[in-house]
Design a protein around this ligand. Structure first.
Ligand SMILES: [Zn+2]
Length: 204
């Protein structure tokens, strides 16, 4: 809508035609937004799995996109990843970060998660990233670019797993998951599992 308004001001905001057409255009834009909002849950499906769950709050807790709920060292690394992806023309968004144990168990019951309430999402040590424009169905290019960059930053990418989960990144390797779950200092563990190069990137 900002761009729309700008477009109109460029073409002469004071003219009578603009005054007549602007409300129509704004109305059309609002209708379009409402339409796409209603449709959004259907687009955010994952392959042949049940529609809607990834953007739904149904069953065991809200979808959480707050980076402040992630382990700080992990959130910093994800931020660097976002900057690198944006520099390459991608439009990453955090679809899900922290996840309640109830929601984790619910997703497992639907086949979305293998680890359920023991997922690293529950520990603030995992994120799911998709393209803002592409959604779940149109993020393959983003994921293929994201995987190597994320690994270069010391993150673990679900695109390498047999349970193919290319949107998923986590702070530590699968072999380290149980250590992180039981750690009293999970952020330190996550931080130490990142490469020294990553820490340099983040600390500058
Ligand atoms: Zn995930």
């Amino acid at each position: 809508m900002v761009d729309l308004a700008r477009g109109y001001s460029r073409s002469g905001a004071g003219s009578p035609e603009v005054k007549q057409t602007l409300p129509l255009a704004v109305g059309a834009a609002i209708l379009a937004l409402l339409f796409f909002r209603r449709r959004a849950p259907r687009r955010w499906t994952y392959g042949s799995k049940l529609p809607g769950i990834a953007s739904s709050s149904a069953g065991g807790g809200e979808l959480n996109r707050d980076p402040a709920m992630l382990l700080p060292s992990f959130a910093d690394t994800v931020e660097v990843l976002f900057q690198r992806l944006r520099a390459r023309g991608f439009d990453p968004v955090l679809n899900e970060g922290y996840r309640s144990p109830e929601r984790g168990a619910h997703l497992k019951s639907l086949g979305y998660s293998q680890t359920g309430d023991r997922s690293l999402h529950v520990y603030g040590a995992a994120v799911d990233i998709i393209s803002a424009a592409g959604g779940w169905q149109g993020s393959e290019d983003l994921w293929q670019a994201m995987g190597p960059i994320a690994e270069d930053l010391g993150l673990v990418w679900g695109g390498r797993w047999s349970f193919y989960d290319p949107a998923h990144l986590q702070a530590v390797a699968v072999s380290e998951q149980s250590k992180l779950r039981s750690s009293s200092e999970p952020d330190e563990l996550a931080s130490s599992s990142m490469s020294s190069r990553v820490r340099e990137v983040i600390l500058v």
